[in-house]
Design a protein around this ligand. Structure first.
Ligand code: GLA
Length: 389
């Protein structure tokens, strides 16, 4: 993270609130493979990004939390002794939801002034919301002199998003933001929350292409709808396999045997999840062996499954994947994150990365008239305090 960004956000806080303060950061994430599997205790493979939210906190003597967003140029005030209990469809829902979730967990603090400033693109599948939540959580926990294990912080943020904001999202995003490891992806088992950092060697670059088609999570109707569809499938499957807790517990053959028991679209939602769990484990094995060709093939299969079975892609993102796969040195490309727009993640030989960026940008513009944003991403460490520059 650049020193100039840190000092300008610290200066902004001083200007807004007239006080020096402690700084914290929490990254967004890119998911290499394992989409829509976290909500049924499956496997995912995210990496924390060097795009992040900075939070700055200074103490107050009363019970007011003033939260200023440098992105929205707006400030909200919350009385910590009378917390709102529901979202109002505003950016402040994310920070406020975390205060609410911390209080539910019995973690209270005095008032504070906070500045939030992020450079994770909003609504693009890179977890801008989790990065805000985690940046608030680590700052407030430190202020409340409470130490929690990082997976616990992730759970507090997930509860905030599920029960206050109203998005039925899984654990992956806050977990990656909390537990990311520099130069690694993490293979996370969303049931046990055990994770294994997998090194991403220098010879490959993780490139993110933003289709510029936005999704919104807080009214994430499609996200919640897909989730309820595969849950309907799970209920049907449990009648055949009573020991099955979630889709994570069955394989493709067992699912195929039940195809007749459910409508086609419900079967395809389940098929995506079950086959995606297998792909994540195969991709982890490929990465351990340095087999990027195999890893890339699995990424493309995962994309087709998101497009055809989970039906959570869109035309522009499909074009980005097609264009990427035509480029020299591109091992694999797929949609990343919740879907319905947003970004692709691409695994590209480092020596070809610059040409890849230039060509995909040009070809996407020619095909769609849209100017994509493209980021060369550097997997980073998870959230924590930042020394002031
Ligand atoms: C969103 C959710 C995650 C996960 C992904 C899809 O990012 O927040 O929990 O479900 O979509 O993999």
């Amino acid at each position: 993270m650049s020193d100039s960004r840190v000092s300008s956000v610290a200066a902004m806080h001083r200007k807004q609130f007239g006080a020096g303060a402690q700084l914290y950061q929490a990254p967004g994430r890119v998911n290499l493979i394992g989409e829509h599997t976290d909500t049924s205790e499956g496997y995912v493979m995210p990496a924390a990004l060097d795009l992040r939210t900075l939070s700055v906190l200074s103490p107050r003597a009363d019970l007011t939390a003033n939260i200023y967003s440098a992105n929205f140029h707006q400030q909200v005030s919350v009385d910590l002794s009378q917390m709102p209990s529901a979202a109002r469809g505003h950016w402040s829902d994310y920070p406020v939801s975390v205060l609410w979730s911390l209080q539910r967990r019995g973690i209270h603090c005095r008032g504070f002034d906070m500045t939030l400033a992020g450079n994770v693109p909003i609504g693009s599948g890179l977890s801008s919301s989790a990065s805000i939540e985690v940046a608030v959580a680590v700052a407030v926990l430190d202020y409340a002199q409470t130490t929690l294990a990082k997976p616990e912080i992730a759970k507090i943020c997930q509860i905030a998003e599920n029960q206050f904001v109203g998005a039925q999202s899984g654990i992956m995003d806050p977990f990656a933001s909390c537990c990311g490891v520099k130069d690694h992806a993490i293979l996370l088992d969303c049931r046990s929350l055990q994770y294994e950092p997998l090194p991403l060697p220098e010879q490959v670059a993780v490139v993110i292409c933003n289709s510029m088609v936005k999704h919104s999570h807080s009214d994430g109707r499609e996200y919640n709808q897909r989730r309820s569809e595969f849950e309907e499938g799970m209920r049907t499957l449990r009648s055949r396999y009573p020991k099955m807790q979630t889709l994570r517990d069955i394989g493709e053959q067992e699912l195929s045997d039940c195809a007749e028991l459910m409508p086609d679209h419900i079967f395809r939602r389940c098929w995506h999840v079950v086959s995606e769990n297998r792909r994540v484990l195969q991709a982890a094995a490929a990465l351990r062996e340095g087999d990027f060709v195999r890893f890339g093939e699995l990424m493309v299969q995962a994309h087709y499954s998101m497009r055809d079975n989970y039906e959570a892609s869109c035309v522009e993102v499909d074009i980005l994947v097609e264009l990427a796969m035509l480029q020299t040195g591109c091992f694999g490309a797929r949609i990343t994150g919740g879907g319905f727009g947003g970004c692709t993640v691409n695994l590209v030989a480092s020596k070809n990365a610059d040409a890849f960026v230039e060509n995909v940008r040009r070809d996407y513009r020619e095909k769609t008239g849209i100017e994509a944003e493209i980021y060369l991403s550097y997997p980073s460490d998870g959230a924590g305090p930042v020394p002031e520059a």
